[in-house]
Design a binder for this molecule. Structure first.
Ligand code: PEP
Ligand code: MN
Length: 308
């Protein structure tokens, strides 16, 4: 299932710490850089295992679920529906970073329990956002993967604590972060001993407000080239618009993303957060079908003269 030459987390860090770095690190002049562990030895791709699911292996993976966990019925129905369509990891927020304090803040521990229950019912590992240092233990107890949200990308105290957990981390790019800032922040996790890091591009702020954010697909191709870490794309937060999720998810896979994370809700118009960008079950299954389709053929007039 894995490409030959792949390694799992610890090996590279080990060799770095013991001073027998792979050569690439020093050769590329990265030794004194801001993120040598993240960018070193890109030939050996890191595979991050979330439960029994490999991210960064040969196949792209789909993570899906509601923006917020709202109730047992809502999260369980969503888990079963997305699993049936081919998702392999369930997402769902129990601690929500909302722009306004008057917006729904998440169900907290109750939400974690419901998410775990739904993941178990559907046979999927679960990922959920961690917002605060004080919640690390309880979130680790309930989730298989921890999401560092865009707003916390440079919460260094949180990153140092997460480095010690060894748990897989879904590491989102900050809305206004450069690639260098993103990778340097990820370096905190590797430097602290946790190489189970999956980078996630979720759209950045630009001059254009036609969409919620601007999806930096070239940035995805760039970090795939610069780092050995898996990279996934979140077209839901990147666009904020349901009708664009399928096309942008497909584009993400086309530029080399190792997966996509998508918001899905049984009744998006009633969602307590991010309804406008959430897919219905039907649209999700349509997106999954579109992801299977081959890319469009390229017509080349020369082909007819190619045979001698
Ligand atoms: C989310 O995943 O629901 C979320 C809040 O994401 P982001 O941190 O990318 O805004
Ligand atoms: Mn959301």
């Amino acid at each position: 299932m894995l490409k030959p030459g792949f390694r799992t987390g610890e090996k590279m860090l080990d060799s770095w710490v013991k001073g027998k770095s792979n050569g690439n690190v020093v050769k590329n002049g990265n030794a004194g850089a801001a993120h040598p562990l993240v960018t070193g030895d890109t030939d050996k791709r890191t595979v991050v295992w979330v439960g029994d699911v490999p991210i960064g292996g040969i196949d792209a993976v789909v993570l899906a679920g509601p923006c917020s966990v709202e109730s047992r019925e809502q999260v369980t129905a969503t888990a079963l529906a997305v699993r049936l369509s081919g998702a392999v990891i369930l997402r769902g927020g129990a601690y929500k970073p909302r722009t306004s304090p008057y917006d729904f803040q998440g169900l907290g521990v109750e939400g974690l329990k419901l998410l775990r229950e739904a993941g178990d019912a559907a046979g999927m590992p679960v990922v959920t956002e961690i917002m605060s240092e004080e919640d690390v233990d309880v979130v680790c107890d309930h989730a298989d993967m921890l999401q560092v949200g865009a707003r916390n990308m440079q919460n260094f105290a949180l990153l140092k604590k997460l480095a010690k957990t060894g748990k897989p981390i879904l590491f989102k790019r900050g809305p206004s972060a450069t690639v260098k800032e993103w990778l340097s922040a990820a370096e905190y996790l590797l430097h602290g001993g946790n190489e189970n890091v999956v980078l996630c591009e979720r759209g950045i702020k630009t001059f254009d407000h036609s969409l919620r954010n601007t999806l930096d697909l070239a940035g995805v191709a760039l970090v795939k080239e610069m780092t050995h870490l898996p990279v996934v794309v979140d077209p839901s937060h990147a666009t904020g618009k349901r009708s664009l999720i399928s096309a942008t998810a497909k584009a993400a896979v086309a530029v080399g993303a190792d997966g996509v994370i998508v918001e899905v809700h049984p009744e998006p118009e009633k969602a307590w957060s991010d309804g406008a960008q959430s897919l219905t079950f039907e649209l999700f299954s349509e997106m999954m079908r579109n992801l299977q389709a081959p890319l469009r053929a390229i017509y080349s007039e020369r082909e007819q003269f190619a045979v001698v």
